[in-house]
Design a protein around this ligand. Structure first.
Ligand code: ATP
Length: 491
């Protein structure tokens, strides 16, 4: 099936909707290009007609186009080869007076020219922009993600999000051309759902129209409910657009667990919220985290709904206002190796000791850290590593000693031997040999002091302890840990 966004791509600037001022500025830039010979950056959110406008401009001017896409390898060479050739060809092929000989160089994703892949690309583009004998349109989402050199070398035209009011006539035209009957409210609804983004409005219209001769408002509403919501759409709903209740419903439609949603919101909220809003949002995220802790501790998944209430409705309610536009959310939430190591350590403690994860994290880990701080006493650290089957990274995490140090490595080796010995003896009393071990100093008595803050591990442990403390305080099921083996049994 033909993609309607291609089929109905504007072929002349007058068909580009909703950005009249920008459109006129672009036409003016082209008409006066011989006088200023500068490149232009057209920037704004995705799907609002920037690329279409550049092509439509070329058509209006009778210029040919050369387009470089993100998928082109943007080394300096490639750019100079393509664009440079375009420039030369055009100059050689015709006189420099006739505009019909021009070739418009359209450089998409101009805010993305950096990193290894594009090594040399940014300076090549800047050079090209400064010296080109042909007009160049650079397309970007984020003007300020472009290098300053490049920005300064260009004129700038901003395309704004296309308002729902401007989207509706485009949808109406398409319906008429496709012989599709429609309720006006249906088109209004599609336009509102896609606030700002004309491309996705056209895509939605095509999806809803499939197999129908007429589209009604109900078709649109049902179609909207059926689709599962993507993460970025969810983030926009919570952080920018929707009421608390709608944000909650949107969260239900995302195919991710509340654990992952919490991480995403926590990671991205600061890209959107002002400090006041952020402080309130973090309170709700802390609540969500507590409920997730309760789920882990009790395996009672009905608590997930309270986590979702907090991470979606709560965070949305923390906002002072709605926001539009496009946000560069970036990739998956940052998760440090340290976090992963901590999770493994907690899991091993929980499994071996028969604790819940919450108890392992709150009651056992901090004390283990305190009493084996910097691997002292050594014998106790070896016993601990043997008992919990810790490797170097785990011992390093718990004790605060460096993972690659001889000390930690030899402890793990000795722990391996100790385990073998005990297996040989079929020993139930794995810690029988521990009775004579005395704990140096009073570290055991005070988890916080014993756990040196110099390596930062104290923060992690303290934070977890706090979070779980409150999680447990009103957690009826947490009491199931009572009577299980605890740190006391360890000695
Ligand atoms: N202002 C507009 N007027 C008419 N149609 C538009 C407009 N904006 C988008 N469209 C429709 O959406 C499609 C995609 O638009 P286009 O590729 O020009 O957007 P863009 O802003 O360049 O997006 P991106 O930054 O993602 O490349 C067009 O082919 C057209 O069907």
């Amino acid at each position: 099936m033909v993609d309607w966004t291609e089929k109905y791509r504007p072929s002349t600037l007058s068909e580009v909707r909703g950005n009249n001022k920008a459109r006129d500025a672009l036409a003016e830039w082209a008409k006066t290009w011989d006088d200023h010979r500068e490149a232009v950056v057209v920037h704004g959110s995705p799907g609002i007609g920037k690329t279409s406008a550049a092509h439509a401009l070329a058509a209006d001017m009778g210029w040919e186009t050369v387009e470089l896409n993100a998928s082109d390898q943007r080394t300096g060479d490639v750019i100079e080869r393509f664009a440079g050739r375009a420039a030369k060809n055009a100059t050689l092929a015709g006189s420099s007076t006739g505009t019909s000989t021009r070739q418009l160089v359209i450089l998409d994703e101009a805010d993305n020219i950096h990193g290894n892949y594009d090594r040399g690309g940014a300076s090549a583009v800047t050079r090209l922009v400064k010296s080109s004998s042909q007009p160049i349109v650079l397309i970007a989402n984020e003007f300020y993600d472009m290098s300053r050199g490049l920005r300064n070398a260009c004129q700038e035209i901003e395309f704004r999000d296309v308002s729902a009011r401007s989207i509706v006539p485009v949808l109406r035209d398409i319906c008429r051309k496709e012989g599709l009957e429609f309720e006006s409210d249906a088109l209004d609804r599609i336009a509102e759902m896609n606030s700002g983004d004309l491309r996705s409005a056209v895509n939605d219209l095509q999806a809803i129209a499939e197999g129908r001769e007429k589209i009604t408002e109900e078709d649109v509403v049902m179609g909207d409910r059926d689709r599962s919501v993507g993460l970025f759409e969810f983030l926009d709903a919570v952080l920018k657009e929707e009421s608390a209740q709608d944000a909650l419903y949107t969260a239900y439609d995302v195919d991710e667990t509340p654990d992952d949603l919490t991480k995403w919101v926590e990671d991205k909220v600061s890209l959107v919220y002002e400090p006041d809003e952020l402080a309130r949002a973090y309170d709700f995220l802390a609540n969500a985290d507590r409920w997730l802790g309760r789920v882990r501790a009790t395996q009672n998944y009905s608590y997930w709904r309270y986590a979702t209430d907090n991470l979606a409705a709560g965070v949305a309610a923390s906002r002072d206002r709605t926001r539009g536009g496009w946000t560069r959310y970036g990739g998956a939430p940052y998760r440090s190796t340290r976090d992963k190591t901590r999770d493994t350590v907690v899991q091993k403690i929980a499994e071996q000791g028969g604790f819940s994860m919450a108890t392992a994290r709150r009651e056992v880990l901090p004390y283990l850290s305190a009493i084996t701080h910097h691997c002292k006493p050594r014998e106790l650290t070896v016993a601990m590593a043997a008992y919990y089957e810790f490797d170097e990274s785990h011992v390093s995490f718990v004790t605060g000693s460096g993972e690659t140090t001889n000390k930690v490595q030899s402890i793990v080796e000795d722990a391996g031997e100790l385990r073998e010995e005990l297996v040989e003896e079929h020993a139930g009393g794995a810690f029988a040999g521990m009775e004579g071990v005395s704990v140096e100093g009073d570290a055991a008595a005070d988890g916080d002091d014993g756990n040196g803050a110099d390596d930062g591990s104290g923060d992690v442990l303290d934070r977890d302890a706090d979070a779980d403390e409150s999680a447990e305080s009103d957690d009826a099921d947490a009491s199931t840990d009572d009577g299980q083996s605890g740190l006391d049994d360890f000695f």
